[in-house]
Write a protein that binds this ligand. Structure first.
Ligand code: NAD
Length: 501
């Protein structure tokens, strides 16, 4: 397994040698894809297999230029095609093992660069990459009958252009690599500029390990200094057949306007409804656990709670017993003023206030300071009672603070949840034992994830059944992305023959 220190030293040596006029030859692959990279499957001596252009050698996926990054990924895609499914399996194994082995170092690297979120959760998000499905997900469908045999199988697109968020840079790109390469593609990333350095470290490490193992050097490439121009170049490149964007409304809109097919993992503002049939202790624990995860950076994270009036006090009391601190009206007002910027005509209670980025993903102690109070060590989350129009309800705030709004009925709770979710169709959560309430909320919100009686993470296989991805395609409808999301369906038909029964 490659250690990060070793990689950093090698980067430095590589750069120095590069400046002296030549990049070092990459280490020899342990398994000769060499045999695969230099020999065609039919054994005819390698014809038809692209070899890297000299300028692309030794980059291990990290490129200054978007066109070069796309070309290198395309070349590696062709190599992967020649090497078959076994090579995909190997790459998936390498990425999962390295994400886990480097979780602490990379988690810290990402936190140091972005300064948002929590170290324990940054580490966990890398360790759980093993829950992302791989090649086993691509089971072909077969039909046989009087007219022969037909196979519908999942085939790659080629190169996928991917955009990753600042909220989980290395986890998103690692999960994306697993899905995309399991499906037989290569990928070029335009990462978030404020989380690009850590992303490049991971990409280089993955490619070095993959190269050593199977001889492919640029199966996942990245733009070292990403920009809107590099995004645009990637989108325009002929080799890029499909886009995958993970982020807020801006990037979703930009991707949809490119004219290329785009899988869009867009924003959310998940509401939680709690009624009087729920277990308050369990609901409170789950809400604190979900909303405090990585300081509420998750797109699926609990962002506002609508609680039936007759249990709201009990719920808040249980939240206080499980790591939550309740703010007074005055403290809430101070925090609101610090956490949002209001344009003229907007007060503390209405309108689309802009979230102050200095507070996104910060620790509860930072928010508490702005609210004017000291909180005990170990506090997970702040919360306060608000009305339904409060900026903390309306905006996707991504802070360890949760607004709690009282509602008088299921109908009001569902209606307010619908408004707060903004039609993103992302995630909704209910704490209830009333199946009719669950059905009513599920139908009305029509979200991609609908979680009952658990924290938001249960929707991604953490404490609930299911598999993981950090890219949940909401406006474009593919759902929790998996290898099949990045495939085309091919129908292979054999007429009359091979009908053996
Ligand atoms: P962001 O929208 O600021 O950035 C996301 C990515 O898009 C970045 O790489 C950024 O550089 C790029 N980008 C932004 N505007 C662009 C434009 N006009 N053209 C091209 N590229 C553009 O988001 P963020 O702060 O990094 O992440 C948080 C947002 O992402 C939240 O809205 C959250 O809900 C969402 N998110 C969604 C999912 C999901 O699976 N649905 C997962 C993670 C985050």
């Amino acid at each position: 397994m490659i250690a990060v220190n070793e990689l950093l030293i090698r980067d430095i040596v590589s750069e120095v040698l590069g400046r002296l006029g030549g990049l070092p030859a990459p280490a020899k692959p342990a398994v000769s894809a060499g045999s695969a990279a230099a020999t065609s499957p039919c054994g005819c001596g390698g014809k038809g297999i692209a070899t890297s252009a000299p300028g692309l050698r030794g980059k291990f996926g990290v490129f200054a230029d978007a066109v070069e990054a796309c070309a290198a990924a395309q070349e590696s895609f062709v190599q992967l095609q020649q090497m078959g499914v076994a090579a995909r399996v190997k790459i998936v194994e390498i990425v999962k093992a390295m994400a886990e082995a480097n979780a602490e170092v990379w988690g810290r690297l990402e936190l140091d660069e972005t300064r948002i979120g929590r170290l324990d959760h940054k580490i966990e998000k890398l360790k759980i990459i093993r829950l992302v499905p791989g090649v086993e997900w691509l089971r072909p469908d077969a039909r046989s009958g009087d007219h022969g045999i037909t196979l519908e199988e999942y085939t790659p697109f080629g190169v996928i252009g991917a955009v990753t968020p600042s909220t989980h840079s290395i986890p998103t790109l690692s999960g994306n690599i697993v899905n995309i390469i399991a499906a037989g593609n290569a990928v070029v990333f335009n990462p978030h500029p404020s989380a690009a350095r850590c992303a490049a470290v991971a990409i280089r490490a993955y490619n070095e390990a993959i190269y050593r193992e199977i001889g492919i050097e640029n199966i996942a490439t990245i733009i070292e200094k990403p920009s809107m121009e590099s995004f645009s170049s990637i989108c325009k490149h002929d080799a890029v057949r499909l886009l995958l964007v993970t982020g807020g409304p801006g990037v979703v809109k930009a991707a949809m306007e490119t004219g290329k097919r785009a899988v869009c993992a867009g924003p959310g503002n998940p509401p939680v409804y709690v009624d009087d049939t729920a277990c308050m202790k369990r609901a409170a624990k789950a809400i604190i656990q979900g909303a405090s995860y990585d300081n509420n950076l998750l797109c699926i994270g609990e962002k506002e709670v609508f609680a039936l009036d007759n249990i709201a006090d009990k719920l808040m009391s249980q939240m206080q017993q499980n790591g939550g601190v309740k703010l007074t009206t005055v403290q809430l007002e101070a925090l609101t003023k610090a956490a949002f910027t209001f344009t003229a005509g907007q007060g503390g209670g209405c309108g689309h206030a802009a979230v102050n980025r200095d507070f996104i993903g910060k620790d509860p102690s930072v928010l508490a300071r702005a609210a004017g109070l000291n909180i005990p060590e170990g506090t997970q989350l702040l919360f306060a009672e608000t009305d339904a129009n409060h900026p903390f309800v309306v905006e996707e705030q991504m802070m360890p603070f949760l607004p709690i709004t009282r509602v008088k009925s299921l109908e009001e709770g569902v209606a307010q949840s619908l408004v707060a979710e903004h039609g993103y169709k992302h995630t909704a959560i209910i704490h209830s034992h009333d199946i009719e309430a669950m059905t009513a909320m599920g139908r009305a919100l029509d979200t991609t994830l609908f979680i009952k009686n658990g924290p938001c993470m249960a929707g991604l296989g953490l404490g609930g059944e299911g598999y993981l991805s950090f890219s949940i395609a909401t406006p474009t409808g593919e759902g929790v992305s998996n290898p099949r999301t990045f495939t085309r369906v091919r129908r292979c038909v054999m007429v009359d023959n091979l009908k053996i029964y």
